[in-house]
Design a protein around this ligand. Structure first.
Ligand SMILES: Cc1cc2nc3c(=O)[nH]c(=O)nc-3n(C[C@H](O)[C@H](O)[C@H](O)COP(=O)(O)OP(=O)(O)OC[C@H]3O[C@@H](n4cnc5c(N)ncnc54)[C@H](O)[C@@H]3O)c2cc1C
Length: 391
């Protein structure tokens, strides 16, 4: 059985974290549970509490707010390790450490930081991301969910689609238009909407990928909130574009790339091992050249993904500019993940289409990665702009 070497080029605390997490997921997320969670669109609450007790949710939270201090390298390594067993722990970890810890540390007001970060660091608070809408996918600056200030309240009306985890999160980190008369990028704000606020309603959406939960359609009907719900406080009203396109976006691209890398590793490890056990025409199928080449190509591509992910992570970790590297990593790893998925599916033949292995789930999840979290075409657009390609 081939397993990815975890200990190259890494600080000891990250390598040790990986060793602990590999033991943790092997014990807590065996295949029969993974299959059940996938069938039921759910994730294991108690196992997540045990994971949080290891302190990992504090990796995006400063020490003065109860975290371990911002350690993007370790946080990305945690995501990679968790996603090797699917989205069932990696998903909630993102809702806590990235949607929550990362965004509130970067953009929260002092009061929001004091209130939310200690809970996020302990894994006791989860946020859902409210960006997409029924008529808005990649074109986020055009969101139509409307928020206006009335006296000492913010009033929100509109709808979000694909708001994953809205049904169990504490808040929706919600992108709104706060002035339709202004140019669109000057009109955006973020608001923290409690999921149980009067006027919030939701319905689940069925989907084939990332089945740690159902995603949600969410409606806001005259949702009234105190001004302190504006992310960053009232003085950050209409500064949402800077928050959307800032450092948190770079880390968001890394986070999607990291789970893609984890899914692709799991797919390849399973196919690599299967090809040595499955005998056809008197020899293991890995001895047939067509299968050998598929596996070798996939492993080579996977290594390229690793290098791109951790080069971009190294820059983000060091607070260096990394918009280009994180976009390249998201684009390359998502697209290469599809190639790896399809190669592994071919290697495993009919069994890749059954639920006897993890490959069917990994293929479903990998096929979605060039779409979610900023599509591959949107990354190409970003990169063409960042490289100032006329057009
Ligand atoms: C399981 C799941 C979970 C999700 N969770 C969340 C979540 O928690 N929060 C959230 O906010 N969203 C979430 N999403 C939404 C996801 O991020 C969007 O699907 C994604 O941003 C793409 O939007 P879209 O599918 O509407 O594509 P569209 O923007 O409608 O684009 C459709 C196609 O056209 C291409 N295209 C569009 N515009 C251009 C252009 N200018 N140039 C080139 N090509 C273009 C796109 O690349 C894509 O291929 C989730 C989606 C899924 C499936």
């Amino acid at each position: 059985m081939y397993t990815i070497d975890v200990e190259r080029d890494e600080p000891e605390h990250v390598a040790e974290l990986r060793r602990q997490l590999r033991r943790f997921v092997a014990e807590k997320a065996p295949r029969e549970l993974r299959r059940r969670w996938d069938r039921e669109h759910t994730w294991p609450r108690e196992t997540f509490r045990e994971l949080a007790a290891m302190g990992v949710c504090g990796l995006t939270v400063p020490e003065e707010h109860g975290g371990l201090g911002r350690d993007i390298l370790a946080a990305v390594a945690v995501l990679e390790e968790l996603s090797r067993v699917g989205p069932f722990l990696a998903g909630p970890f993102i809702h806590c450490a990235f949607y929550g810890g990362m965004n509130i540390s970067e953009n929260g007001s002092p009061a929001q930081k004091a209130e939310m970060l200690p809970k996020l660091a302990r894994g006791e608070m989860l946020l859902a991301y409210g960006l997409s809408e029924p008529d808005i996918g990649g074109d986020l600056a055009n969101v139509r969910t409307r928020a206006r200030i009335e006296g000492d309240q913010v009033v929100v009306d509109g709808a979000k689609r694909w708001c994953t985890g809205a049904d169990w999160s504490d808040y929706i980190y919600c992108l709104v238009n706060s002035d339709p008369d202004l140019p669109k990028r000057q009109a955006l704000s973020f608001v923290l909407i409690p999921t149980d606020a009067p006027g919030v309603s939701m319905t689940p959406i069925e989907h084939v990928n990332l089945r740690y939960t159902a995603s949600c359609d969410v409606h806001f009907d005259q949702v009234r909130l105190p001004l302190s719900s504006i992310v960053g406080g009232p003085e950050r009203w209409k500064q949402g574009w800077r928050m959307l396109a800032g450092q948190a976006l770079d880390v968001e691209k890394l986070e999607v790339a990291a789970i893609t890398f984890g899914f692709a590793q799991a797919a390849l490890e399973e196919a690599w091992s299967y090809a040595q056990q499955r005998v056809q025409f008197g020899k293991p199928i890995c001895a047939h050249q067509a299968i050998r080449h598929k596996l070798v190509n996939a492993r080579t591509r996977l290594e390229a993904c690793r290098l791109m992910l951790y080069e971009a992570t190294r820059l983000a970790h060091a607070n260096l500019p990394c918009a280009i590297e994180t976009s390249m990593a998201k684009l390359f790893i998502a697209d290469t993940g599809v190639e790896i998925a399809l190669a592994c599916q071919q290697v495993m033949g009919a069994y890749a289409l059954s639920d006897a292995y993890d490959i069917d789930r990994n293929v479903r999840d990998l096929l979605g990665m060039p779409i979610v979290g900023g599509s591959s075409d949107m990354q190409r657009n970003n990169l063409a702009g960042l490289w100032k390609l006329p057009g």
